[in-house]
Design a protein around this ligand. Structure first.
Ligand code: HEM
Length: 411
């Protein structure tokens, strides 16, 4: 395992390795979005995550997040943030990124199956009854059936959408290159997109909530920035206020998200194959070796970060810009040829979540102390992070749940 010290290492001397049994099994037998040689993957992704595409996803992302926070606020009991964040990311991928109109009940069922798939995706490929591998394969089959139904419905009935989603772009790009994608290719591409977005974004969303809880001064400074830009009026989000341009102008918000991703980087690193023998910190790394570059160790040891263990969003602010020296000290989204293709969408999602949390929610930790973190399969709190949410109305007063209102009435 190594810390990245030179750009050259990630860009020229190594190449990506794909691991994991169930998904690589899928990739061997059919199309894989990130490994396709049919046409340039980066071209397709540059369309899926272009400025215009992100602008058109934005109101939908905001809606999905608002609906979710409303549900969290109405729940009389604390919620498990990590579990709920996984559900939220899954909904975002299905409803916004892929544009599927799946009824709520079906979506909940698919989410449960998807969780089974993810829980078993890294199982050893031992195909015995009741093995994790068998459960994973079974879950993937059910998922693929659900996705096939959604894709067919989408292709058969034009839904009068006002934007092109990732699936539309994938199909269009195929046609532009004289290739009609098969149903299997569409299902695999779809599953791969959900897989890439799901765990990472849920992990970062949970870390964001935790850091806002731990650092009320940061939350207040964020609210101050929203007020100063006219986005937060008495706690209500003004209609139509959120545009990419507005979000881009929120510098403190940007620092907060960057700092969450520095300190709680969801993915610990990536695998590469050495193409050419090279030397690193006095060690010779031979051609043909598989190596792992560590994002977490890089963030922990990069000399540019002062007090590395302290959550300090201002380190990315004007005057300090601790990440400005060297492209490879700060790499939550990886680097080199296999850098994250969805990073702009991920950052946008996290920013909208932060804006919505700051504007429309009050939240408090429901346990006596903050939970320990675990790093596998992505960074997350061991108990999922139990938090009680309270919705805020337009006057920043708490919206009482029915039970609370009744209790209040009897006192
Ligand atoms: C906070 C959220 C996210 C983080 C921290 C993250 C991080 C990463 C990292 C570190 C890699 C590179 C791994 C390596 O070096 O081998 C990667 C690859 C990738 N990410 Fe993300 N990611 C996030 C969200 C997303 C989202 C929302 C999408 C798309 C919907 C996405 C799509 C991809 C894809 C397709 C790749 C593979 C690129 C390739 O192999 O060429 N990611 N991500």
């Amino acid at each position: 395992m190594t810390r990245i010290v030179e750009v050259k290492v990630l860009e020229e001397l190594v190449q990506p390795v794909h691991t994991n049994s169930i998904s690589s099994h899928a990739q061997k037998t059919s199309f894989s979005l990130t490994q396709s040689s049919l046409w340039s993957v980066s071209q397709v992704f540059s369309k899926i995550f272009s400025h215009e595409a992100l602008e058109s996803y934005l109101p939908k992302i905001q809606l999905v997040i608002q609906d979710t926070l409303r549900v969290w606020g109405r729940n009389p009991d604390p919620i498990n943030v990590y579990h709920e964040a996984q559900k939220l990311t899954f909904h975002m991928a299905i409803r916004v990124l892929l544009g599927f109109r799946i009824p709520d009940e079906e979506l909940t069922r698919l989410f449960e199956v998807y969780q089974q798939f993810v829980e078993n995706v890294f199982s050893l490929p031992v195909d015995l009854p009741f093995s994790g591998y068998r459960r994973g394969i079974r879950a993937r089959e059910i998922l693929q059936k659900g996705l096939e139904k959604a894709i067919r419905e989408k292709l058969q009935s034009p839904q009068g959408k006002d934007y092109l989603d990732a699936l539309d772009i994938l199909i269009e790009s195929g046609k532009e290159h004289g290739k009609e994608l098969t149903m299997q290719e569409l299902k695999d591409g779809t599953l791969e997109l959900i897989f890439a977005a799901y765990a990472t974004t849920a992990s970062a969303s949970t870390s964001l909530v935790m850091q806002l809880l731990r650092h009320p001064a940061v939350l207040e400074k964020l609210r101050e920035e929203l007020r100063s830009k006219g986005i937060l009026h008495n706690g209500c989000l003004c209609e139509g206020a959120l545009r990419l341009e507005t979000i881009g102008s929120l510098h403190y918000l940007d620092c907060v998200i960057k700092e969450v991703l520095r300190l709680f980087t969801p993915i610990s690193g990536g695998y590469r194959t050495v193409l050419q023998t090279f030397e690193l910190d006095g060690f010779q790394i031979p051609k043909g070796w598989s190596i792992m570059y560590s994002i977490r160790d890089t963030h922990d040891t990069a000399p540019v970060f002062k007090d590395v263990d302290v959550f300090d969003p201002d380190r990315f602010g004007q005057g300090r810009n601790e990440d400005k020296d060297g492209r490879f000290h700060y790499l939550p989204f990886g680097g080199g040829v296999r850098t994250c293709l969805g990073k702009h969408l991920a950052k946008l999602f996290l920013k909208v979540l932060a804006v919505e949390l700051a504007s429309t929610s009050r939240f408090e930790l429901a346990t006596r102390t903050f939970p320990q973190m675990t790093l596998v399969p992505v960074v997350h709190p061991v108990d999922g992070l139990k938090v009680k949410f309270f919705g805020l109305d337009s006057n920043q007063n708490e919206i009482l749940t029915e039970r609370e209102a009744m209790l209040g009435a009897t006192v």
